[in-house]
Design a protein around this ligand. Structure first.
Ligand code: RP5
Length: 166
């Protein structure tokens, strides 16, 4: 185990996924959770995927967030080759608005789980929050930061609606 390695790996199938997956990175930044972001395409760079997924635990990663769009096999293939928890983020595709991504990721046959989030930004943010929650099980400071994050979110919700500004 490499103690220097950040706990979270954010992997994505393409540079074009970064716009979505950056929301996971930004959320981890706010929570003070370290991560490494990499482009790993299951079909364009299969060798890179195998090397990453088979070595992820030994490299020191603890959680994997995997985002992909279209025929989104990256999260499932990564999960097949690592015992680490894998959270899948369906990236919104052009052709089918991410429904293809969602169904590709969520319909894992029993035996190899991928924790599947919502399509797009919401899924990326929630994947980061779930990753932080997993890490917080053994990190009281992080658990406190997660509590504070939720408290800030609650405080930001007005109790009464305002009329829309023209
Ligand atoms: C998938 O194909 C990627 O995850 C991406 O969401 C989608 C489109 O990729 P690009 O054609 O933009 O590289 O592999």
């Amino acid at each position: 185990m490499n103690e220097e390695r950040p706990p979270v790996a954010i992997i994505m199938g393409s540079q074009s996924d970064w716009e979505t997956m950056k929301n996971a990175a930004d959320t981890l930044d706010v929570l003070g959770v370290g991560y490494e972001a990499r482009i790993i395409s299951a079909h364009r760079t299969p060798d890179r995927l195998v090397a990453f997924a088979k070595g992820a635990r030994d490299e020191g990663f603890q959680v994997v967030i995997a985002g992909a769009g279209g025929a989104a096999h990256l999260p499932g293939m990564a999960a097949a080759m690592t015992p680490l928890p894998v959270f899948g983020v369906p990236v919104q595709s052009k052709a089918l608005s991410g429904q293809d991504s969602l169904l590709s990721i969520v319909q894992m046959p029993a035996g190899i789980p991928v924790g599947t989030l919502a399509i797009g930004k919401a899924g990326a943010v929630n994947a980061a929050l779930l990753a932080a929650a997993v890490l917080a099980l053994h990190d009281e400071d992080l658990a406190d930061r997660l509590d504070e994050w939720r408290a800030r979110q609650s405080a930001a919700v007005a109790e009464y609606p305002l009329d829309e500004t023209p």
